[in-house]
Ligand binder design. Structure first.
Ligand SMILES: Nc1ncnc2c1ncn2[C@@H]1O[C@H](COP(=O)(O)OP(=O)(O)OP(=O)(O)O)[C@@H](O)[C@H]1O
Ligand SMILES: [Mg+2]
Length: 403
């Protein structure tokens, strides 16, 4: 339920128009003084404060109101956006500030995001929503992203093997999304011809639905599907974070697990994947540059507001004979490794053959460690993650809009 507070009815009518045909109810009130009364009557998930309300009144209202309503999300529309308004809005707990001139592009996605956050929060706070009848439908799939800011640490090897291990051990539907858009290796690691790639999906984005997207997925012999990276590096130029969000949303509806492989940097596309993730596995190898990179990545993720419960850590080549000890690394990162993957010569061999180790040598100790990682993914407690780390989106938006 969306509550719009503005002394003019323009914004209310506009938001009503955006949600015609959906089950979302939109109610408008003309005065912030009536917020308590309106909230008691409608129990809104999202409150949008319109541009006709003075910004200081909006901040004071938000601060007073949000403290007592943990799952409600507040958004604000302003005539002109500047860094002071954004900073004060963040302090007041307002989740997004949209400039009137950007309403066309930003209003609906921002409200939808806020609705999703609110429903997740309700779920984690165990607040029953009487207005929504429980539907026994399919649960949306879990999004699992493997990431590191350093190249060559094993993101692609681990993500492709883990996807197959997950499919084998759970019998569930798994897809790999290769977001290393310029140099993606998933096709090679699965020995797949890239007859279709994410580029095709993006070319058709205005018409893209679940059925069409299925047609762009390549099928591995294990049953795992993959949406491959573009064949020609320049094709990645046209792929935006918004496209990737739309594609992840569709994949989540089609699959139980969406496993994402990434390039080694915090691109906009990567940040979108991280925003959408239920679990983020940071991968490090046993060397100082890699550990330093992971430490920075953890700090960055925490600064962006990702809860600690989402951030996981995998030590690859954990048995390498170097002077570092695993427990020292864990202590330095303040995180226990969720998996320790040994180093093994069969890895480069399997990469060159294009056959995942968990299929070719399932009894090897490295395959066992990958199955154990798949088991952890399956069992991970994921109540407090995706949707709660909205501050990342907020900060990112702030950085983008002011730069
Ligand atoms: N546990 C391991 N034992 C032995 N070799 C490994 C192991 N993990 C990875 N490798 C080797 O390291 C190479 C790089 O791994 P991978 O391509 O998965 O890294 P990446 O993090 O995806 O790199 P990029 O950032 O460049 O995409 C692999 O081709 C493989 O040969
Ligand atoms: Mg890779």
């Amino acid at each position: 339920m969306i509550l719009v507070i503005d002394s003019s009815s323009q914004l209310n009518t506009r938001i009503g128009g955006l949600f015609i045909g959906s089950s979302e109810v939109v109610v408008g009130v003309g005065d912030v003084l009536r917020i308590d009364e309106a909230v008691a009557a409608h129990k809104p998930d999202v409150i949008v404060i319109g541009p006709a309300i003075p910004v200081d009144t909006a901040f004071a209202t938000a601060e007073g109101f949000l403290a007592g309503h943990p799952y409600a999300q507040m958004l604000m529309v302003v005539e002109a956006l500047d860094s002071t308004v954004l900073r004060n809005a963040m302090r007041a707990g307002i989740k997004d500030v949209i400039e009137s001139a950007s309403l066309d592009e930003q209003l609906k996605p921002s409200i939808e995001r806020a609705l999703a956050i609110s429903s997740r929060l309700k779920e984690s706070l165990d607040i029953k929503d009487e207005t929504v009848t429980e539907e026994a439908g399919d649960q949306p799939g879990k999004v699992i992203t493997f990431f590191s800011t350093k190249g060559g640490v094993g993101k692609s090897v681990i993500s492709t093997n883990c996807a197959v291990a997950l499919a084998k051990s759970t019998g569930k539907e798994v897809v790999v999304l290769d977001l290393d858009l310029q140099f993606g290796d998933v096709g090679i690691m699965y020995q797949m011809s890239p007859n279709h790639t994410i580029f095709d999906a993006v070319q058709a984005i205005s018409r893209l639905d679940e059925d069409m997207l299925k047609g762009f997925l390549m099928v591995h012999t294990s049953g795992v599907k993959a949406l491959l990276a573009p064949v020609r590096p320049h094709e990645s130029d046209s792929i935006t974070a918004a496209h990737v969000k739309e594609i992840i949303d569709l994949l989540r509806k089609l699959f139980d697990y969406v496993v994402i492989d990434t390039p080694p940097s915090f691109t906009d596309v990567v940040l979108t994947a991280l925003d959408e993730s239920d679990q983020i596995y940071l991968i490090a190898t046993m060397d100082m540059p890699s550990i330093k990179n992971i430490k920075l990545a953890i700090q960055t993720l925490k600064q962006l507001g990702y809860p600690e419960s989402v951030i996981k850590f995998v030590l690859n080549r954990a048995d390498s004979k170097v002077w570092l000890e695993v427990d020292e690394v864990e202590k330095s990162l303040g995180l226990k490794a969720d998996a320790k993957i040994p180093s093994d010569r069969i890895v480069p061999r399997s990469v060159n053959k294009g056959i995942p180790i968990v299929l070719e040598q399932p009894k090897s100790s490295i395959a066992k460690s990958l199955f154990a990682l798949a088991e952890r993914i399956k069992d991970a407690e994921i109540k407090t993650n995706r949707g709660n780390h909205d501050r990342g989106g907020m900060l990112r938006g702030l950085v983008r809009r002011l730069s």
